[in-house]
Structure formats: structure tokens, C-alpha cells
Design a protein around this ligand. Structure first.
Ligand code: PLP
Length: 361
């Protein structure tokens, strides 16, 4: 079953955004991050559109990597969370995946691996305290792993920044210094820049790295706090639209929706849009969140329902049942909606339900 509400995906925008990432890091190679179903856009679709444009693809887990290989993707694949079990190391070798080693518990599985990997990445925890080894261990790990036949095609280094969306945050510098120091005497390629680090120019600092790992910026949102993608010449890839299925006139004092949280203060025309939180629209979006009707921003009114939401059509008196409205995308950056709902564009994009139709232009 598919709902009337639609997702449109703009391949040209995706490649444009990728070229923006390249332009900002001209001497680096690009792992295009397409984990989480390419941030809700469809992983296989995204890989097909960027094939030949990206240098490789980064995914979270072996399962995602295998979907790509199963779909015929031959490009290099980086597996950010790395193998959990010995058998998964074997899968990496067999299918030419580049796994991330980030935790002692992975070492026995690696030790049992027969065969070579196209590349092995060691992750250092320089301050985010999520995945990675202490930077002090880099040298020891290098000595330990370098001799393993699995590492014969290259042993590389990565880390991840916690505060790159705030370019002036002191933790960025501290993490980059730790990283640079830890790997300064070691061979191998280095990678630390997500979209925010790419956009804010952190990669042109003393430490550049050989690979960037942009994710969100490929899909259009600005990774920097409080900014919208179009301000940075990023174009939305996903546009979500849904039809108006009812239009009604309310008297002053009339309430709208569950909990009667919104009240008309004057005669008001409102429209009912066939999309709700079960489709991935955020339930926490409050009254006032923008919805685009005939190119004009109209405020959401009342609580978002499971399958519907309502908008104040005062600005667009010619709106009719059957008209299509834009929830986010072309003309309305998802960051705006996310900010209003107290979240980030990443969450809205990745939560759009498989219930919506994908409309190919
Ligand atoms: C998700 C992820 C990225 C991409 O991050 P964006 O903020 O979407 O650019 C890069 N590196 C790692 C390790 C990630 O998990």
C-alpha cells in the first residue's frame, strides 16, 4: 500500500551537492555517505546517481554494504561500524569492503581472517567518545595489525568530530590536534571531515586528510547550525508533497485538531493535507511551522495527526481541494521544518516512511 503523498528525488541536485563538496576539498577523495538508506533517499538510487562521481561509498554496516554489492555496485565501500563477528571480517574480504576497526573486541575476528582487505581503517576516538581507540594506542595498533595479511593493501586512519557544526567550537581544534599527533609518524591515509567540517573549512587547516566523508550536505541541508542549504548553494534532493483533501471556513473561536490547541481569532480558511506523523512528518511540529502552498508559506495549525495535518490558507485564498502542497524540499528547506519541530534535517529525512510513493520526475 502506498499513500498519495509523494517523495520526489532530484538526481541533478545530488550531483550538484557532491560537486560542492569536491570544490571545497579539491585535493581529497570523497566517500559519499549513503548509510541509513542514503538519509531516506534510497541507498541504491543514490549509489546509482553518484556512480563515477564519488570515489567510494560509506555505509554503517555490513548489511548495507551487501545490498550495494548485491545491486552490482563495484565502487570502494567503507563500513563505518565495522564487523562485529569473525564471519563478517570474511564477508569484507570476499566482497572487497573496507571495514573500520574501532574496538578491542573486534581483534580476535580480524586475527582469524584469511585473505586480504582492499583497505583497513582504524578509528581513533579523539574526543567524541563514541567509537574508536585512544589515540595513544595508534602506534601499538599499527604494529599489531600491520603484519596481518588482511592489512597488506593499506592501513588507514579516521576519526570523527563532535562539534563540527559549530566551526568555532574549541573541541574541533583539540580533536584535530590529537588526531594529527597520533598519526603523524604513521603511514596510511587519513579522514576526519564530515559535511560540517568540509563546509566550515576545517579540512584546509594544518591537517587535511586524504578522504572526506560528506553525508547530509549531499542531500541539500546545510550541516552548520542555524543555516539553510540554499544559503550555501546546496540544493534539496528530496521534496515531499501531499494533496489538500479538504478546505473549510472557520469562525473566530473555532479550534483545530486534537487537544483543540489552536483557535481561530478571525474568519479563517484552513486546509487538510493528507500527510501525518505515520508518514514521517514530525508530530512535534508546532502551529506556525511553514508549509508551502502555491509557493507561499502557510502556517501549520493545530496538532499533527497520524495521517493528516492542517494549514491556515489565509495567504492563498485560491487554494482548492486536490492542490498539492510541499512539506519540505524545493522551496522549503527541511532544516526550517526541523528547527521548528526541535530536531535536525537528518532526522526528518531518515524518517520519511516507506509508505509514501516515490515519484520519478
Ligand atoms: C554519518 C557519518 C558521516 C557523515 O556525516 P554528515 O554529518 O552527514 O556529513 C561521516 N563520518 C562518520 C563516521 C559518520 O558516521
Amino acid at each position: 500500500m502506498r499513500r498519495a503523498a509523494r517523495i520526489q528525488r532530484n538526481a541533478g541536485a545530488l550531483r550538484h551537492n557532491l560537486s560542492r563538496a569536491r570544490a571545497l576539498a579539491p585535493e581529497q577523495r570523497v566517500w559519499a555517505v549513503i548509510k541509513a538508506d542514503a538519509y531516506g533517499h534510497g541507498m541504491e538510487w543514490a549509489a546509482a546517481q553518484m556512480d563515477g562521481f564519488a570515489d567510494g561509498f560509506a555505509v554503517s554496516c555490513i548489511e548495507e554494504a551487501m545490498v550495494l554489492r548485491g545491486g552490482g555496485v563495484r565502487a570502494p565501500i567503507l563500513v563505518l561500524q565495522g564487523p562485529r563477528e569473525a564471519s563478517e571480517w570474511q564477508v569484507c574480504a570476499r566482497h572487497g569492503l573496507q571495514p573500520v576497526l574501532h574496538e578491542e573486541a573486534q581483534l580476535p575476528g580480524l586475527a582469524r581472517l584469511r585473505g586480504a582487505l582492499p583497505g583497513l581503517w582504524i578509528k581513533l576516538d579523539t574526543g567524541m567518545h563514541r567509537l574508536g581507540f585512544a589515540p595513544l594506542k595508534a602506534q601499538i595498533l599499527f604494529e599489531q595489525v600491520q603484519r596481518h595479511p588482511a592489512a597488506r593493501n593499506g592501513l588507514h586512519w579516521l576519526t570523527h568530530l563532535a562539534c563540527a557544526d559549530q566551526p568555532g567550537h574549541p573541541q574541533n581544534r583539540a580533536q584535530l590536534e590529537q588526531f594529527a599527533y597520533a598519526v603523524s609518524e604513521l603511514p596510511g591515509q587519513r579522514s576526519f571531515a564530515n559535511s560540517a567540517a568540509v563546509m566550515s573549512g576545517l579540512t584546509t587547516a594544518a591537517l587535511r586528510g586524504e578522504w572526506i566523508r560528506p553525508g547530509i550536505m549531499l542531500y541539500g541541508p546545510s550541516p552548520l547550525l542555524g543555516e539553510d542549504g540554499p544559503e550555501r548553494d546546496l540544493r534539496p534532493v528530496m521534496t515531499v508533497t501531499a494533496p489538500l483533501i479538504a478546505v473549510k471556513n472557520l469562525e473566530p473561536g473555532a479550534h483545530v485538531g486534537y487537544g483543540a490547541t489552536w483557535t481561530a481569532t478571525r474568519p479563517t480558511q484552513v486546509g487538510v493535507v493528507a500527510i501525518g506523523y505515520a508518514d514521517g512528518y514530525p508530530r512535534h511540529a508546532p502551529s506556525g511551522t511553514p508549509v508551502l502552498v502555491h509557493g507561499q508559506e502557510c502556517p501549520l495549525v493545530g496538532r499533527v495527526s497520524m495521517d493528516m495535518l492542517e494549514v491556515d490558507l489565509t495567504g492563498v485564498p485560491h487554494a482548492r481541494v486536490g492542490d498539492w502542497v510541499t512539506l519540505w524540499g524545493e522551496g522549503l528547506p527541511v532544516e526550517r521544518v526541523a528547527r521548528s519541530a526541535g530536531t535536525i534535517g537528518y532526522e526528518l529525512l531518515t524518517r520519511v516512511a516507506g509508505r509514501l510513493q516515490i515519484a520519478e520526475p
